[in-house]
Ligand binder design. Structure first.
Ligand code: GLV
Length: 388
């Protein structure tokens, strides 16, 4: 009988991949140790060794998030899934979500919350400008939301949102605070319990230096109460009541929810071990020192950061204002073609306005910062000469 389609020839080609320096806002390069962990043989997702590694991951995440939340685990998904899981578990249809919007992530969260049936209200500031507590309180009093969504590290602009006092205010109005810490966790100070954050999620592939696809999340006891008392059910895949059991967060025997990737468990477990060995304070200081060096280098080249106020500049992702006479897409393509270095353009509202550089995880160090500066310098010179 006929076999259709024909066996594809392309699949028989060997896979040779180039080594690239990943200095976009993520993913960043994995350490050799993380890479080695990923090459270990598969194990069953409920084998005792994997359960032990999952427990280790929880301990590593308590440290990384600075929390005692028992409902702390890693989702089998990208950072987007972390966002959706937080919104879907903490919002019921008809409730109001107040979303701080000053870049792409507020827009994305609004889209997701809307699909969960929530009414969306925005706390909007100009691009790259954080909100302040007065504006937040006004919006809370006006909209009486069930949930407030805030992005700690707005990677589209390189802006850091100060979080001191935000949780306290949100709780005064009996709402829950969700924080997107995808591009900050491990590289910027983050204090989940002290800042009274109710739900937070991070990117495994950013500062933590694991592959994407396994997203750390944590939920406060307040958030847990909402999860257990809600009247409607969230999507099965995001249901934290079942996932919490799968990760043995509630002291009961583990219950199968889905088949986690053992490989990603090895990777995240190893990446968190590296964070713990270095220590959070040292990691924050290393990211800050690299960013200071990089920004000084930019000034020396006559370039400007998109975020001008040093208090609101992220260390992990730096957005550079695109000089008027430069085509960012050509520059980015040349940097990749000639040097195998990834830098990124704008995202969402910053498209064609900025270049974005991520100096995270093992790439947050002086040599890499200097190398990226030097290729940007070369390519700017090249583009300008080509125009004369
Ligand atoms: C993705 O997270 C990005 O900022 O490009």
């Amino acid at each position: 009988c006929a076999v259709y389609p024909e066996p594809p020839k392309e699949i028989l080609r060997p896979v040779y991949l180039p080594e690239k320096l990943l200095t976009s806002p993520g993913p960043c390069n994995c350490s050799d140790r993380v890479l080695q962990s990923l090459s270990q043989q598969m194990l069953g997702h409920l084998h005792p060794e994997i359960c032990q590694l999952m427990d280790d991951i929880k301990a590593g995440l308590w440290y990384a998030f600075q929390t005692r939340n028992r409902l702390t685990l890693a989702l089998s998904t990208s950072g987007h899934g972390g966002m959706e899981a937080c919104l879907d578990n903490l919002l019921e249809p008809g409730e109001t979500a107040l979303i701080a919007k000053c870049g792409i992530w507020g827009e994305r969260a609004a889209d997701m919350a809307n699909r969960s049936g929530a009414n969306i209200k925005f706390l909007e500031t100009a691009l790259g400008v954080p909100f302040d507590l007065t504006a937040l309180e006004k919006a809370l009093a006006k909209h009486r939301p069930a949930v407030v969504f805030v992005t700690h590290a707005e990677s589209s602009t390189g802006m850091k949102q100060p979080l001191e006092g935000v949780g306290k205010l949100v709780h005064k109005y009996e709402a829950l605070l969700i924080v997107d810490a995808v591009a900050s966790l491990g590289g910027e100070p983050f204090f989940m319990d002290a800042w009274q954050v109710d739900a937070a999620y991070a990117g495994s592939q950013k500062v933590l230096g694991a592959p994407p696809g396994i997203t750390p999340v944590s939920f406060s006891p307040r958030a847990e109460r909402k999860i257990f008392r809600r009247k409607t059910r969230p999507a099965y895949y995001w249901d934290l009541k079942i996932l919490g059991n799968y990760w043995s967060c509630f002291g009961a025997p583990r219950v199968y929810h889905h088949t986690i990737s053992a490989t990603l468990v090895y990777g995240l477990r190893t990446a968190l071990a590296q964070l713990v060995e270095e220590g959070l304070l040292a990691s924050w200081a290393r990211h800050a020192a690299t960013a200071v060096r990089f920004r000084k280098g930019l000034r020396d080249l006559g370039l400007q950061c998109y975020i001008e106020n040093p208090e609101h500049q992220l260390s992990t992702v730096i957005a550079i204002k695109l000089p008027a006479n430069i085509d960012g897409n050509i520059l980015i393509a040349q940097v990749m073609k000639k040097y195998k270095i990834e830098i990124s353009g704008g995202l969402g509202p910053t498209v064609n306005k900025v270049l974005r550089i991520g100096l995270m995880g093992i790439n947050a160090e002086a040599y890499t910062a200097d190398r990226v500066l030097s290729v940007i310098h070369n390519e700017l010179q090249h583009s300008l000469k080509a125009k004369i």
